[in-house]
Design a protein around this ligand. Structure first.
Ligand code: SF4
Length: 324
């Protein structure tokens, strides 16, 4: 029997509607029991509540909540929330992602100021800003990213800014516009190995995403580039090592690797849980391939520990420059 287990309430007498209408007719896949090494801190500390209040007061959407991130208890207890701009509705329908899909509403012209206010109130040294895909907009939302970056800079000039962007597929000039706003870190996730794209990331193109990151470095080598993949989706070790080589050819500085967790029975199934030792081994190999920084663990996510990692990456580059 097919069941949608994740719905959105419209309020009043309207029946709940599926969060992922495009996945409604997919067969259910059983959700595997998580192994003991995937343990997370339960939300609920006073600082967690304070973070939540600042998010609500400023009318913000966070990927921490929308994606059902397992690290929310830990991150929000340190005031690390990753803002998701341009609404809560995505125009793509990736089979791993829990963000709601459909046709999004108009952009909120006040959002850049709201985000900047929240960043100042949270007192963030480093902020990660991500977004839904906005294929419906002529520039894919590039100008909105620029306005958010500028608003944060005005309000919190000492805060370093990391953006985690969509792929701006078929949006000529969008990437250049965002790079010109000089984020400190430009992050775009490859998500998985190329063989699995059709199933996992059907609206995207592996080599386009890789080229996007390579272009960032070509236009402005001072910007750090970062990308990540999930494992446990059915990829082989050889394929992961090949992705590492592809990333290094594109001059990507920072690689993140984390375990894929299935949000609902309608999402792509977990093929297996990769062990902590295998994550360590990926990290060791990746370091030998020349990344400035590698984060590889079951709970690694793009924005997990992003502030500490940014400082480590900057130190690693300075050390590299000093070595000549
Ligand atoms: S890892 Fe990222 S998305 Fe997850 S809770 Fe932390 S900041 Fe939010």
């Amino acid at each position: 029997m097919a069941t949608i287990i994740d719905t959105l309430k419209d309020g009043g007498a309207v029946a709940p509607r599926p969060r992922h209408p495009e996945k409604a007719h997919r067969p259910d896949t059983p959700i595997l029991r998580k192994p003991e090494w995937i343990r997370v801190k339960a939300p609920g500390s006073p600082i967690y509540s304070e973070t939540k209040q600042i998010v609500r007061e400023n009318n913000l959407v966070t990927v921490c909540e929308e994606a059902g991130c397992p690290n929310i208890g830990e991150c929000w207890s340190k005031k690390h929330a990753t803002m998701m701009i341009m609404g809560d509705t995505c125009t793509r329908a990736c089979s791993f992602c829990n963000v709601k899909t459909g046709l999004p509403g108009a952009l909120d012209a006040h959002e850049p100021e709201h985000v900047a206010t929240a960043v100042a109130k949270l007192g963030l040294k480093h902020v990660v800003i991500t977004s839904v895909d906005r294929d419906d907009l002529a520039d894919g939302g590039a100008q909105h990213f620029v306005e958010v970056i500028q608003a944060i800079r005005r309000r919190s000039p000492g805060t370093t800014i990391e953006i985690l962007t969509p792929d701006f597929l078929r949006k000529d000039g969008a990437l250049e516009k965002v790079v010109a706003a000089k984020p400190d870190v430009f992050n775009h996730n490859l998500e998985t190995v190329p063989r699995l794209y059709l199933n996992i990331r059907p609206g995207a193109r592996y080599f386009h995403s890789l080229r996007l990151l390579q272009r960032v470095k070509e236009i402005d080598p001072t910007i750090f580039t970062k990308s990540g993949i999930m494992v446990g989706l059915g990829e082989t070790r050889e394929e992961v090592l090949q992705v590492m080589d592809d990333m290094r050819s594109a001059n990507i500085d920072f690689l993140t690797i984390g375990q894929y967790l299935q949000p609902t029975r309608k999402h792509a199934a977990v093929d297996r849980f990769v062990t902590p030792d295998e994550f360590k081994s990926y990290e060791t190999v990746a370091r030998t391939k020349g990344f400035l920084l590698v984060s590889s663990s079951p709970l690694t996510r793009s924005s997990y520990h992003a502030d500490e990692d940014f400082a480590r990456m900057r130190d690693a580059r300075n050390a590299q420059i000093a070595r000549g």
